[in-house]
Design a protein. Structure first.
Length: 488
């Protein structure tokens, strides 16, 4: 059995096993961690043992790009799994949640997490556009229950919005995939094997391929969170538990972008400029939309969601400019930092019971460890040196030319101003900043102060974000030194 099959079937088998043994038990959480560890070990095997990559397979296999995305996905899932195993008991105790999205009388939260890993692995390993489409659709179906973990009206609405909008997007991608078949047939390529289409790319029908690219860009761009197809993302990322938001933002968006890159990889030379210009345009729209909504944002998880739209836009611009290596570095840096921030946001939500910035205050006094990490993470995600994103954003502005570079720089400053203001309001001052909200002229009471035991529990949950923030800092320092040494 090949490495790709192992990476898909083992998490899927673990998901089925966990579903039948009751996904709320301690055993289920142990299975989750063991699955993540196995996946990480197998990923290392795929990277360092070429025999496991199945390069000769028509359906599954890993190239250098796939291995990069696989490595970051596996690392993120391992970190999130460890955090989730300790977060679930704390959330049950304080939020009165039973960690149970019920399906046919069985909890599916942890099984859905493992199935999510299996489907993302299939997306990364797919060497056929038809299989790629099936895998991306599967990620939607298995991740939807994860969003409504707490079964609140807001989370249920976010889940249905996620399903409906992404289903429309995936339908567009399906039409593009069918159109790709027509374009390939004109070059005597029967089927949707990526290697075969790439070999015959110069003989593809340009009109049919252009239509295929537009529809697949819109379809997979919806799942990637590119504006104006991003409307599901802020609700889903803000309503889902912090660990799930971390996976959606740090792993799923990269897998969706990988689908677009696979199409770019087989694009005929005559259409490369058209494809890259379209990608840059959507990237700029995403950056503008994100900057507009981040400024004076009142929901700190929603702010992080729009930050994901921003960084996917930046990655798209980098790729469109031909800076593929910088785009990959940007994707990796964003994934690690954003995962850390969403885990910390989940901790803050657990302690304060609200996502509203104005009702959270004095984190430095109540949650000093989380506060330091939160402030550090916000600075890193905004590209403050020595963030790895500083290097990629600097190189983007340098490569974009004076007009585009100036616009990008202005928008990045707006994002930094908006996010830093939210961060300082949360970290400084006192609980609720000393203000009461008013509704129809009557003062509404602030949420109760978090008790000491809850604060101690939340501080313990900062362990995983500590390691990942340090990893991001280390990577940023290395990249910054390289930038200074070689000048980009």
């Amino acid at each position: 059995m090949t490495g790709a099959l192992f990476l898909i079937l083992v998490p899927l088998t673990a998901a089925v096993l966990t579903y039948f043994i009751d996904g709320r038990t301690k055993t289920a959480r142990i299975i989750l961690i063991l699955t993540a560890v196995f996946h990480a070990i197998m990923t290392a095997g795929v990277i360092f043992l070429p025999a496991l990559r199945s390069d000769d397979s028509r359906w599954l296999g890993f190239d250098d790009l796939g291995m990069t995305v696989l490595a970051i996905t596996s690392l993120l899932f391992l970190a999130v799994s460890i955090h989730t195993a300790f977060w679930i008991p704390a959330d049950r105790h304080y939020a009165h949640s039973h960690s149970h999205i019920l399906l046919f009388g069985k909890p599916v939260f942890l099984p859905a997490m493992m199935a999510f890993l299996a489907t993302m692995s299939m997306v990364i390993a797919a060497k056929n556009f038809g299989l790629l489409w099936v895998a991306v659709e599967a990620t939607t179906l298995v991740s939807a229950p994860l969003i409504c973990y707490h079964l609140s009206p807001g989370s249920l609405e976010a889940m249905w919005k996620y399903l409906l909008i992404c289903s429309v997007g995936i339908a567009l991608a399906l039409f593009g995939t069918i159109t790709m078949t027509v374009a390939a047939a004109s070059a005597d390529v029967h089927g949707l094997n990526m290697d075969a289409i790439k070999t015959a790319s110069e003989n593809l029908n340009p009109a049919w391929f252009k239509a295929a690219f537009i529809f697949m860009l819109a379809g997979y761009g919806t799942k990637m969170g590119l504006a104006p197809f991003h409307t599901w993302l802020p609700d889903a990322h803000s309503e889902a538990p912090g660990s799930i938001s971390a996976l959606l933002s740090g792993a799923l968006l990269n897998c969706s972008f990988l689908g677009i890159i696979r199409v770019l990889d087989v694009t005929p030379a005559d259409l490369q400029d058209f494809a890259h210009d379209l990608l840059i345009t959507l990237g700029m729209i995403s950056l503008i939309v994100a900057a507009f909504f981040i400024i004076r944002q009142s929901d700190f998880k929603r702010m992080l969601a729009y930050s994901s739209v921003e960084h996917m836009g930046l990655a798209a611009i980098l790729w469109g400019l031909g800076a593929e290596t910088y785009a990959l570095i940007h994707m990796c840096g964003h994934s690690i930092i954003k995962m850390s921030l969403f885990l910390l946001a989940g901790n803050i939500l657990l302690a304060y019971g609200t996502r509203t910035v104005s009702e959270v205050g004095g984190i430095f006094g109540k949650l000093p460890r989380n506060a330091v990490l939160w402030l550090t993470g916000i600075l890193l995600i905004c590209g403050t040196p020595p963030s790895p994103l500083f290097v990629t954003e600097f190189l983007l502005v340098k490569s974009a030319g004076p007009v585009l570079g100036s616009v990008v720089l202005l928008l990045l400053f707006a994002v930094f101003a908006g996010m830093s203001m939210v961060c300082l309001n949360m970290c400084m001052g006192t609980h609720g900043h000393g203000h009461h909200h008013h509704h129809h002229g009557h003062a509404l009471p602030l949420p109760p102060e978090p008790d000491t035991l809850r604060l101690k529990t939340t501080e313990k949950l900062a362990l995983v974000p500590t390691f990942t923030i340090l990893l991001a800092l280390l990577g940023g320092i290395v990249l910054t030194i390289q930038l200074v040494r070689y000048g980009g």
